[in-house]
Design a protein around this ligand. Structure first.
Ligand code: FAD
Length: 435
């Protein structure tokens, strides 16, 4: 008899267990709550939402909305229960958090093939044919230690210091130039140029902007060598000019001179549709980030697909460790799912749980594991986290992950709608072929 374990009964673990058990395969679900809590969870329910009760936009022209639609096509438990327990929230799908998590828990606990084991896993359990690891951003410290043994110490991160990312289509490339410092490299950076006056305006706004207060369990982060941009700025007006905004080694081809200050944008994916602000990790409040960073002339009209943050977050460097099928390259019995893979947020985490579940089922049945095409939001996300890159920073579902359309469409909303329609049709083909 085949033996399958899922570790972690959060958003991703719940989806994985549901999928595996529904296909008639017995599965052990390990969850440490309620006997051992994470610093953010409050109950013993599976899929507890630890903060906001919103699962993001409903429209398919939003990243989370399109992903939820695709998840429905794949038979998502989370989306089904969320719709049943929805509370009015305008364009967003928000839920009654208690009824939502309780509903998921009741369904999972009542499934014949699920054996719930309420204990903390400290080491990868032995004797299983397949194991899905879905212990989330607050994976227990003991288990993190044993994860390091299978991932390698340098590939397991304990916090994310995220710099904002913009949609390349919304950057004003006339206000800067492409080029690497000291012309080393292949011109992969776009340098947004600031004059002294523009720098001062930016600096003053940064100094006045409001920060998110740190949670107790997040305080240690700054001691680990990761300073938010506003903290650096607080050390003196010139500090940024010797740090992330330094112009040295860069000559603006338009003037033949070194600019006063620059903000470098680096490609986050092969296609260059996503650009991140190098060294701009920040704890500023989200609306403040948009207001302050839009003072950088090239970003005046930029769409921020992800804003900066510094959080406690356990995640692996999936681009080194995982196949897009979420299978660990060096041990094909092990799959990862949820935020620990480097996706971000409730919905993205749950979606990777479905994929891990689908692939366990396929392997148990002797079939090849699969991955949805890049044109779908789920496919775009898993390809993003597993594609080669210098370093993986967590990513949420957004339209810049999807390949451009065959022909150029100027109107942003129309472009999103066409991309969403393409995703849904490709996901339908995927489900017809593989589910
Ligand atoms: C403070 C905070 C606020 C957040 N706010 C938001 C928000 O507003 N919106 C949003 O979309 N996302 C938010 N997130 C992110 C969101 O919580 C995650 O994206 C999502 O919960 C990840 O799902 P998951 O299944 O990967 O992990 P989780 O949902 O965290 O599930 C992991 C499960 O594994 C269990 N576990 C951990 N270690 C072990 C072990 N060793 N043995 C057994 N069980 C174990 C945990 O108890 C937990 O139940 C927030 C995260 C944090 C920490």
């Amino acid at each position: 008899m085949v033996k399958v374990a899922v570790i972690g009964g959060g958003l991703a673990g719940s989806e994985a267990v549901y999928r595996i058990a529904k296909e008639g395969i017995p599965v052990d679900l390990y969850e440490m709550r309620p006997s051992k809590m994470t610093p953010a969870h409050r109950t013993g329910y599976f899929s507890e939402l630890v903060c906001s009760n919103s699962l993001g936009g409903k429209e398919i022209t939003t990243g989370a909305g399109l992903l939820k639609k695709e998840m429905e096509m794949l038979g998502s438990l989370i989306v089904e229960v969320a719709k049943r327990e929805a509370v009015p929230a305008g364009g967003a799908l928000a839920v009654d958090r208690e009824r939502f998590a309780k509903g998921i828990t009741e369904i999972i606990e009542s499934m014949d093939n699920v054996n719930v084991i309420r204990e903390e896993v400290k080491e990868i359990p032995k004797g299983y044919d397949y194991i899905v690891i879905a212990t989330g951003p607050l994976t227990s410290p003991d288990f993190s230690k044993s994860l390091m043994e299978i991932t390698g110490e340098e590939y397991l991160y304990f916090y994310d210091a995220i710099a904002p990312t913009v949609d390349a289509e919304t950057v004003d490339f006339s206000k800067g130039f492409w080029g690497d410092r000291y012309s080393k490299g292949e011109g992969d950076y776009f340098n947004c140029v600031l004059t002294q006056e523009e720098y001062e305006r930016f600096y003053n706004a940064l100094m006045e902007a409001e920060q998110v207060p740190l949670k107790d369990f997040e305080r240690a982060v700054f001691f680990e060598g990761c300073l938010p941009i506003e903290e650096m700025a607080r050390r003196g007006k010139e500090t940024l000019l010797y740090g992330p905004m330094k112009p040295v080694g860069l000559i603006d081809p338009k003037t033949g001179k070194q600019p006063f200050a620059v903000v470098q944008l680096r490609k986050e994916n092969k296609e260059g549709t996503l650009l991140s602000l190098v060294g701009f990790q920040t704890k500023l409040k989200y609306p403040e980030q948009k207001r302050v960073f839009r003072l950088i002339p090239a970003l005046e009209n930029a769409t921020f697909v992800r804003l900066g943050s510094i959080h406690r977050n356990t995640f692996i460097q999936s681009h080194k460790l995982l196949e897009p099928t979420l299978i660990l390259k060096k041990d094909k019995r092990i799959l990862f799912a949820g935020q620990i893979t480097g996706v971000e947020g409730y919905v993205a985490s749950a979606s990777t749980g479905i994929l891990a579940g689908i692939n366990v089922v396929r392997m148990v049945k002797g079939k090849q594991p699969v991955v949805p095409p890049k044109t779908t939001m789920l496919g775009g996300l898993v390809h993003y986290i597993t594609e080669p890159k210098e370093e993986l920073q967590p990513m949420n579902p957004n339209f810049a992950l999807l390949p451009p359309l065959d022909k150029k469409v100027k109107d942003k909303q129309k472009r999103k709608l066409l991309k969403a329609q393409r995703s849904l049709s490709d996901m339908e083909e995927f489900t017809n072929l593989y589910l």
